[in-house]
Design a protein around this ligand. Structure first.
Ligand code: FAD
Length: 452
């Protein structure tokens, strides 16, 4: 049977764009892609990129205060949110244009509309057009999940954070994951009185406990009011703002309530279940190691599969799919040992097993150091850095590395290379320190702080 295209990709985010480009430019495939919103997807338009730029913006008051301690005669002025937002929008438009250019350069046919799956080999565009394809890739990502509480419509999600008409004076962030915690840090850094509610016992669930405690303590010391074991019962509009009635019996008023309480895969209404594509409990598209669904001509990559929801993972899954199906290079993406960063202040960089997860597998040694780094100590700040290695007692392999402090995201990227190669603690010890740096601590910790 002759198909209109070899591959139809639904979703122009990190995973879909990579798969489309590789299949077309390197696999020689005829590729079409539908995007219902802006090209680039969550990461570029409403995720990693605008968020990190907001983190940068929020760092300046501290940097200016530090500059004064270093002898510079500078004063923090007022933050012009509208000016920043305009510049941010211009940057996102530039990136969107670059993404479109990449796809056009690869010969991918772009449809700026919603697409749904009609049968195993055809998609229907919202314009009414039907396109047949030998392969279909679902790369529709995810969206914020807001629990159904009274007044939920008064809250915003991360999607709206980049378009706020004005910065609030008082903000409540609900949630304890990395997105919630990062936004709490951003708002605080921009001068907003920030409160964070999380129903669990400690923010950043799933990360190393010691690292979580370190980040949480530092955020609170900086002035963010973190209330764990606390959830919102209802939100009410008041003359002065939004009242949050909480499970701890308190009623506090805010100007902005941000819900960052998880995300759900965008799989509803795509027509997948009717075709026999299996969906999981949260609507995630169930795939095998090759990102293939129960329908052989339909694959899925990225957040819609809810495996590890990070941009580089979506990109690698999309690339592996294109290599396998269109380049004759069967490639499985390995989801183990994925390094990541949380851009709170202080920042957290992590790779491999937490101390808790490693201990559950067998005897370990834990090497950890906390200290006040030279740069901020000089400026009179009490901030402490945490450097931590989790080592398998038998094989001596470094199973996990957790860093809290300035530049942790940059450092963990490099630490992930030897750890991925199976480096032992002795390999780390043999490495000569780069002095004076914070990272030298990673190769100079001689005695375990805990064993067992
Ligand atoms: C606030 C925030 C911060 C983040 N920060 C980081 C970070 O620092 N580092 C990191 O690695 N990850 C981060 N992420 C996660 C990262 O953005 C995602 O993992 C990544 O974007 C997933 O890529 P994807 O291709 O699966 O989906 P997406 O990027 O979400 O792309 C899916 C695209 O599909 C489109 N679409 C959906 N349905 C249809 C349809 N039926 N027809 C046509 N188009 C459709 C959507 O409009 C969207 O553009 C962050 C996410 C958020 C929300």
């Amino acid at each position: 049977m002759a198909f209109d295209v070899d591959l139809f990709v639904i979703g122009g985010g990190s995973g879909g764009v990579r798969a489309a480009r590789i299949a077309a430019a390197e696999g020689g495939a005829r590729v079409a892609l539908a995007e219902e919103s802006r090209m680039g997807g969550t990461c570029v338009i409403r995720g990693c990129v605008p968020k990190k730029l907001m983190v940068f913006a929020s760092d300046f008051p501290t940097q200016i205060a530090d500059a004064r301690a270093y002898g510079w005669d500078v004063q923090p002025g007022a933050f012009d949110w509208t000016r920043f937002r305009t510049a941010l929008e211009a940057e996102l438009s530039r990136l969107e244009t670059a993404y479109r250019g990449t796809l056009a350069g690869a010969g991918v046919q772009v449809h700026d509309t919603r697409a749904t799956v009609e049968d195993a080999h055809s998609v229907r565009l919202a314009t009414g057009e039907r396109i047949t394809a030998k392969h279909i890739l679902i790369a529709t990502g995810g969206r914020p999940f807001v629990p159904d509480i009274p007044g939920a419509d008064l809250a915003v999600t991360s999607n709206e954070m980049f378009h706020l008409p004005a910065l609030p004076r008082r903000a409540l962030v609900v949630g304890g994951g990395y997105i919630a915690s990062e936004f709490a840090g951003i708002l605080h850094g921009l001068g907003v009185h920030t409160t964070q509610y999380y129903r669990g016992a400690q923010i950043l669930r799933g990360f190393d406990d010691e690292a979580r405690g370190h980040v949480s303590n530092a955020m609170q010391a900086a002035g963010i009011a973190i209330h764990c074991g606390t959830d919102v019962l209802r939100l009410e509009r008041t003359p002065g703002g939004i009242r949050a009635v909480a499970t701890d019996g308190t009623e506090r008023e805010f100007d902005l309530v941000l819900y960052a309480t998880g995300r759900r895969p965008n799989s509803a209404g795509l027509g997948l279940e009717a075709l026999g594509v299996e969906l999981g409990r949260h609507g995630e598209v169930v795939v095998d190691d090759w990102s293939q669904t129960a329908v052989p001509s339909i694959h899925a990559v990225g957040d819609v599969t809810n495996r590890v929801n990070l941009t580089p993972v979506a990109i690698r899954e999309g690339h592996a799919f294109a290599d396998t199906v269109f380049r004759g290079v069967p490639t499985k993406f390995d989801h183990g040992l994925i390094a990541s960063a949380v851009f709170t202040r202080p920042e957290l960089g992590t790779v491999g097993l937490s101390e808790e997860a490693a201990r559950a597998l067998g005897p370990i040694e834990v090497y950890a150091a906390t200290f006040r780094p030279m740069q901020t100590l000089f400026a009179g700040r009490q901030d402490r850095v945490l450097m931590k290695l989790v080592v398998d007692a038998a094989s001596r392999k470094v199973l996990g590395c957790h860093i809290v402090g300035p530049g942790a995201g940059e450092m963990i990227q490099l630490a992930a290379i030897p750890i991925g190669m199976g480096a032992t603690k002795e390999d780390f010890d043999r490495t000569v320190a780069v002095h004076p740096t914070m990272a030298e601590e990673l190769v100079t910790m001689r005695k375990p702080v805990r064993t067992g």
